[in-house]
Design a protein around this ligand. Structure first.
Ligand code: PMT
Length: 222
């Protein structure tokens, strides 16, 4: 999007993985690098938005001019998002949030003993669904990481989470998605869809924001 297109708009973006502790030394997480979300933050700032970037544990530098909030767990990310979206115009959820966390985080290191170890996990709050459930909340854009039936699952998430838009990526495509510099997206909204072909995440971010602006303006009649 060209300079100034998002002037006066506050965009909150989640990025990266979450980290769910098992004990003082171990956790479960995933391969998200934060690159997709950080690229969107950078492009949104370049287009004039005020940007809050809520980042899980990643090793990327903060894009110039963005306000960054670092978090570890899904619960932390949920809290940080709910605190940030109060005056947000647009919420974009690129983070790969852990769906479950350990029911009990052990206060001592789990000892090696039996041949099998069973842990119980409980569901984490769904951050995106919490934001889209707010009355007069922001325009919501979800991501969907899918390995089969990409379009069907994405359309289902769009409806089920009551989103304005969803950007789906096929995580089985080689060289795209998690922890790579390139990605391809299939974007869906209630009235249509658009395929964005494989390219650097930075360029994809600009294209995606072009669609976000169009749909945001359509929804808000301006
Ligand atoms: O970080 P990179 O290495 O650049 O990789 C980018 C990416 C592959 C992580 C990104 O493009 C992507 O697909 N992000 C979404 C990953 C994901 O976990 O998707 P999901 O289908 O499980 O979740 C659907 C949506 O709900 C996502 O917008 C997610 O942020 C959100 N969600 C999920 C669970 C939860 N508890 N809270 C959420 O907000």
């Amino acid at each position: 999007s060209a300079a100034g297109q998002f002037a006066g708009k506050h965009i909150v973006i989640t990025a990266g993985p979450t980290r769910e502790a098992l004990d003082p030394v171990r956790y479960i997480s995933n391969h998200s690098s934060g690159k997709m979300g950080f690229a969107i933050a950078e492009a949104a700032r370049a287009a004039g938005a005020s940007v809050t970037l809520i980042a899980g544990p990643v090793t990327l530098p903060t894009p110039a001019g963005c306000t960054r909030v670092d978090v570890l767990s899904a619960k932390d990310m949920h809290e940080a998002c709910m605190a940030a979206v109060g005056d947000a115009d647009i919420f974009i959820a690129t983070a790969a949030v852990a769906d479950y966390r350990a029911q009990d985080v052990q206060s001592q290191k789990i000892k090696k003993s039996n041949d099998e170890l069973t842990l119980t996990f409980v569901k984490n709050p769904d951050i995106l669904a919490s934001v889209s459930a707010l009355s007069s909340g922001p325009f919501t854009v979800g991501f969907a990481a899918e390995s089969t039936n990409v379009a069907d699952y994405a359309r289902d998430k769009l409806k089920r989470k009551n989103l304005d838009m969803i950007a789906a990526n096929d995580i089985t495509a080689s060289g795209l998605g998690f922890n790579s510099d390139n990605n391809a997206l299939h974007v869906f909204w209630a009235q249509g869809d658009k395929q964005l072909s494989a390219k650097p995440k930075k360029d994809l971010a600009t294209e995606l924001l072009g669609i976000v602006l169009e749909r945001y303006q359509y929804k808000n009649n301006n």
